[in-house]
Each structure stands twice: as C-alpha cells, then as structure tokens.
Design a protein around this ligand. Structure first.
Ligand code: B12
Ligand code: SF4
Length: 474
C-alpha cells in the first residue's frame, strides 16, 4: 500500500517568505526512493494550523520543519496532528539542536537530527516494513503501529530520536553525506519560485521569480551566536560548480527564474569554488541576477573575485559584520577585524555591488559606548543597507550552552526584535531602544533614502514598509 508523506511548516509572523529548500531536498530524495511526497507550505499559503491538519487528512506520515522562531506554532501543529493520530516527524535546525526538548514538547513520534534526507527515508522504510510485518493482509494506516512500535527497527537508524517504553532513545549521529552530488536537486515543482510572495530573504530584489540555492553545506568557523558550528560540526562540503550551474539553468529554463539567492553559510568560503561558479555562469551565458542575502565573511573576498562576481550577474552582497567594537568581535570568536571589514565593504562598493551589513546588539561585552561605536562604524562604511538586530540566543549556538539557556528561554519573544538575554554590561532600556535608533540614524540620511527608493520595486513597497515598521524606523 502506498505510504503518503506530507512535509510542511506552519505560518508564523515574519516578513521573509522564501521557498523551503530543506523540504524541497527531502521531497526529492523520498521521491527518488519511490515514495509519494507532498509539500504543504503553510507559511506561503498563510494556512492556519487547523487548515494544515485538514490538508493532512490522508497522510500516513507528516514531517514538520522547525526553526526556533516558530517553535510555538510547530508545537501547536504537532499536538493537533497527534490528536488526529498521524505519525509526526520533526526535523530542521532547532530539532537538531534540542531533540529531547522538541520530542517532549511537540509529542512528535520522531525527531530527526541533522541532515534529513537519509534518516527520513530510512524511517519511512522502517515504518513501512513494520506495517507489512504486522498487518500482512488487511489494513491499514501506519498510524496504528506507533503506540506499539518495535524499538529495534528504529534503533539502527542514525540521526533518529524517539520514545520507547524505556524512555527517550537518541541514536548515534549520522555521518554527513560526503558527496553532495548524490542528492537529487530539490523538488522545485513543489516549491515553485513563481508562487512565492515578493518578500525574499534580504528584502532587495532585481527581478522575480527568485530561487534560493545552496552550493555548500556547513561552515568552518565558530562564532558563538551562530548555530552552524554545532549543526555542521565545523565541516564544509561543496557541491560541484557544474551541478550548481546546471540547476540554475534548469530554474531559469523551467520556472522562468530571473534571480538566484545563494543561501550558503559563506558562499565565498573557498575562493576557487565561488570563482568556478561565476565562470560557468558567464561561459554558459546564463542571464540571471544573483545575490548573497545570507551574508558572507568579510575576509573571504578580494577585488578580483568581487569583479568576477559582478560580471557573472551578482548585484548584492551582505556581510556578517556583527559589531563595530573589536573586543566584542573577539568575545564572540568571530576571528575578524575592523580593518579587514572596512576594506571588504569598500572593495565590494567599488566593484559596483549593493552592500548590506548585519549588526547585532547585545553581544557579550556590549555597553552603551560599544553600541555607539557600532552605529558610527556602520555609517562610516559605504554600505547601502544595514540591519541592526537584537541578539537572539539560538538553540545550537555556543552562547545557548554557555548561558544554560534551556532554563531561561521565552519562546514567545519576537526573534531579533526583543531582548532575550541581557549582558551584565548594559541595561535593558538602552539595549531595547538601540535598534530603532540605529536604524533611524543609518537610514534617515539623504543618500540612504535615495538608495532605498532605488532598491525597492513598487510591487515590493508593501513589504518594505512592513519591514521599516518592524524595525521601528517609521
Ligand atoms: C534561508 C534561511 C532562512 C530563510 C528561510 C528559512 C527556511 N525555512 O527555508 C529565512 C530568511 C526566512 C530565515 C529566517 C531565519 N533564520 Co534562517 N537560515 C536560512 C539559511 C541561510 C538557509 C536555509 C536553507 O535553505 N538551508 C539548506 C537546507 C537544505 O537545509 P535545511 O533547511 O536546514 O534542511 C535540512 C535539515 O535541517 C533537515 N530538515 C529541515 N526540515 C526538516 C523537516 C523534517 C521533517 C526532517 C526530517 C528534516 C528536516 O533536512 C534538510 C535536508 O538535509 C540557514 C543557514 C544555512 N546555510 O542552512 C539559516 C538558518 C536556518 N536560520 C537560522 C535562524 C536562527 C533563523 C531565524 C529563525 C532566527 C531565529 N531566531 O530563530 C530567522 C527567522 C527570522 C524571522 N522572524 O523570520 C539558523 C537556525 C538555527 C535554529 N536553531 O533554528 C540557521 C541555521 C543559520 C545559522 N547558521 O544559525 N532563514
Ligand atoms: S556566523 Fe557565519 S562565519 Fe560564523 S560560524 Fe556562523 S556561518 Fe560561520
């Protein structure tokens, strides 16, 4: 009997809605293994959890993707799905960082830690086999098995976490997929870039539709506020540049994609990798704009690479700068320095790229003075855009562990807009008002107003206004 898998994520308050690449990869992998898989993107379709549950009526297994900023919505969705006796699997960065907590709070049957493709597939196979062994002829729904599941069938699946009669079982971690070429390209038909709102990552776009792509998995660095080091164990794997460019070609040809957003942790981590992709885009004469809205490290660019990026269609690059105070950069193990950052932003600006800087207030060691230094530093750079966020202690980050945040977290807080932890060096009022003040100080300058008017398309103005309100600029 056919196993029907639905992959989903709930709606939550955000101004960023992009095709869920992770779900696209999972769906493609399951389909390659001949399973029926459907993606219901509750966020893009703006569905209530009740509507998602109704749409999952015929599903045997429901997989839910989880980032920490929408944990309350995921808890609610999973509890509803469990009421309908679905087999529920939760995966994604937060599930990987806190599997026990996620299993307990969501009442899901399984949590998948890390890369999901192989683990989810093996789980589906195991569930299917379990059913076949128990219900040879008649029946029926996989769901009836779960209360009585045979732990041995699941204990060999690396990366899986589940409940058995003896308590929570955490299987061995799954080694990373060495060769990313083995993965089929995401199931683009189900996360069709054409049906996504005009509110992509980074806010700025030159042309729609926009498709997100990753060309690597992981990052070698160890910044304390970031989840990547724990998620990817500081290892990085690269896709073949030719395969990346073939995917871009496919997206342009089949889906009319006009712009690509590389969502790697650091697209330029390895110069040769980035360079090869640029050269292949040029060689294949692919007419596409591209951007780096997720931010790259400032020490990973040079004049020649930036010029090549521009020639191949890049028009926008964001830098993870974090602070204008060197001691704070040291405190968070950023391994970066202000002079290098300044040089990189100037080079990118001179190469004709639109530049954005990401800054975080409230990092360890933050004071009233360091906030002023950061604002001053941001304004001293030829940045077109800047984002000033309040530190969010995210599951999987070193800060989360150091501060023992499990016991302090308030899942209801608005991620990056509300103070979630207060460094002893600053008071809450100063920190809370810093974000709005920094945005105003940065953007309410004639050059920046002009830049914003130029950057946003009329069709995007609704989203731009929403963002300005979120960031307390207007
Ligand atoms: C694009 C992106 C976004 C996009 C879209 C996210 C999306 N769901 O598609 C947007 C801009 C919305 C976004 C927002 C945020 N992001 Co973000 N984002 C990314 C980014 C750059 C790429 C994501 C991606 O497509 N990866 C590629 C795919 C293949 O990987 P994946 O999605 O992780 O999926 C794999 C596994 O996680 C797993 N998996 C995922 N879902 C499921 C579901 C099931 C059922 C199973 C079994 C497995 C599974 O299997 C997949 C395939 O291997 C990552 C960094 C990165 N390079 O991964 C950060 C990252 C995911 N973001 C992160 C954060 C923190 C955020 C925020 C949620 C902030 C917050 N406080 O939590 C904000 C939200 C702000 C807001 N209010 O909206 C963290 C997540 C940490 C965490 N503990 O949750 C990351 C890892 C960055 C980092 N290094 O710290 N983000
Ligand atoms: S912030 Fe960037 S450089 Fe630092 S660990 Fe995370 S992904 Fe790597």
């Amino acid at each position: 009997m056919l196993v029907k898998i639905i992959l989903t994520r709930p709606a939550y308050k955000t101004h960023l809605i992009t095709p869920p690449l992770g779900l696209g990869y999972l769906s493609a992998f399951l389909k390659k293994k001949a399973y029926y898989c459907q993606i219901i993107d509750g966020l893009n379709l703006n569905l209530t959890n009740a509507q998602i549950v109704a749409a999952c009526q015929d599903a045997d297994i429901v997989g839910v993707s989880l980032l920490s900023s929408y944990f309350p919505q995921v808890m609610n969705l999973c509890l509803r799905l469990k009421k309908k006796k679905k087999i529920v699997v939760v995966g994604g960065p937060m599930a990987s960082a806190l599997p026990r907590l996620v299993l307990a709070k969501t009442k899901a049957d399984f949590v998948v830690v890390g890369e999901g493709e192989e683990t989810l597939w093996q789980l589906v196979e195991a569930l299917d086999q379990e059913r076949n062994s128990k219900f040879k002829v008649q029946n029926s729904k996989l769901t009836s098995l779960i209360s009585d599941k045979n732990p041995r069938r699941f204990s060999s699946i690396k990366g899986l976490v589940f409940r058995s009669r003896r308590g929570i079982v955490i299987n061995k971690p799954r080694p990373f997929i060495k060769d990313l070429s083995k993965l089929p390209k995401p199931d683009w038909a189900q996360i069709d870039p054409r049906i996504y709102q005009k509110a992509p990552h980074g806010g700025v776009v030159k042309a729609f539709p926009v498709a997100p792509i990753t060309t690597t998995r992981g990052c070698r660095y160890e910044c304390k506020f970031c989840a990547s080091p724990k998620l990817w164990r500081r290892q990085i794997r690269f896709r073949q540049p030719a395969e990346v460019v073939a995917e871009i070609k496919y997206l342009v040809g089949e889906f009319g994609v006009k712009e690509i957003h590389f969502e790697d942790d650091n697209f330029t981590m390895d110069r040769r990798h980035a360079e090869a992709i640029c050269r292949l885009i040029i060689k294949n004469k692919i007419k596409v704009f591209w951007a780096l809205p997720n931010g790259i490290r400032a020490d990973k660019v040079d004049r020649f690479l930036l010029a090549l990026m521009k020639r191949s269609g890049c028009y926008f690059v964001a830098f993870g700068i974090e602070s204008g105070n060197q001691q704070i950069l040291n405190n968070i193990a950023k391994h970066s320095n202000l002079a290098v950052i300044k040089k990189a932003v100037i080079l990118a600006h001179n190469a004709g790229l639109i530049t954005q800087g990401f800054f975080i207030f409230g990092l360890p060691g933050e004071t009233k003075d360091s906030i002023e230094q950061t604002i001053k530093f941001a304004k001293s750079l030829p940045l077109d855009k800047a984002q000033f966020l309040l530190l969010d202690i995210i599951p999987g980050s070193q800060l989360w562990d150091e501060l023992k945040f499990d016991q302090k977290v308030d899942w209801g807080l608005d991620s990056y807009h509300e103070v979630s932890w207060l460094p002893p060096t600053i008071d809450k009022e100063t920190l809370s008002e810093a974000q709005g003040r920094a945005f105003k100080s940065f953007f309410l300058r004639p050059r920046q107003i002009w830049v914003i008017l130029k950057l946003f398309k009329p069709s995007q103005l609704k989203f731009a206004l929403k963002r300005l309100k979120d960031f307390k600029v207007v």
